[in-house]
Write a protein of this length. Sequence first.
Length: 320
Amino acid sequence: MLLHEFDPNPSAVINPWGLIKPVQDCPRVAVSCFERGTFDRMVERLGGVEIMRLKKANWDAPVYRTEYKGVEIALFEAYVGAAGCVGDLEELFAAGVEKLVLFGTCGVLDRSIGDCGIIIPTVALRDEGASFHYAPPSDEIEVNPKYREEFIEILDYHQCTYTLGKVWTTDAFYRETAEKMERRKAAGCVCVDMECSAVAALAQFRGKEAFHFFHASDNLDGGEWEAWSLSQNANITGKDKAVAAYVFSEAAGKEFKKRLIDFVSFLLPLYDAEGRYRITIALGCTGGKHRSVAMTEALARALKRQDYVVSVEHRHMELG
């Protein structure tokens, strides 16, 4: 087979360093995702200065230099599909990037993982073509050999659940047949994506570091495909641990929660002394789905720990 003709020579007829020169002040760490809305939120929150563009015949994507907690990072939107994604990464590595954090979506082969569940791949099944140009032929390739434990510590700190497992990487999502699905599940795959094995092969070939993880966005564990949050209408709310962790990740969110709990805890004994047996507390935010829900759940937990009887009703959560 042609895909078995791996050539370990790092130099080719066309080389990324022949087209892309090192970018002055290029961050050594790059952070990326595939979903446009997620990327726009990252840029809106962190800002940044454009330092280069990733260009193809039908693709022109900016790369921004920004800073997060004292660390300079490059932000860019990853190209969907193994070949295009790897091509962009080759150019970023030529520009000066040494480490990559890549956040992707995947379809689950185990519905118990749940919508938006975090998945950390440990091994990728190579059902795409690009990786075979960067690594000797094999069915599988190791993924995330470094930083796995550090990432788990972060998730544990924020009380986010996660799944470790094998990913099936394919470049033909319309050929994910029921028979193939069962074979991949029998091989131990918990999810399917389009880039992971190729990104891992590229990073190993070029001597770079890449950490690649997913959130579950659709379900293939059943007779019919379910879009879940891939439909761009994510059903996650402030009741989800990942959303709550985000709401309370900044100092303002933490301080607001502390002051709210302290204030309500101060008032309730006073109301009790007046003989009031029922108090209604209402919280709201722009969409009524994330921040106010997370804050309400946090307040309810705090009051239950004080032995108050608490009833929670989210009136507009499904409308947000």
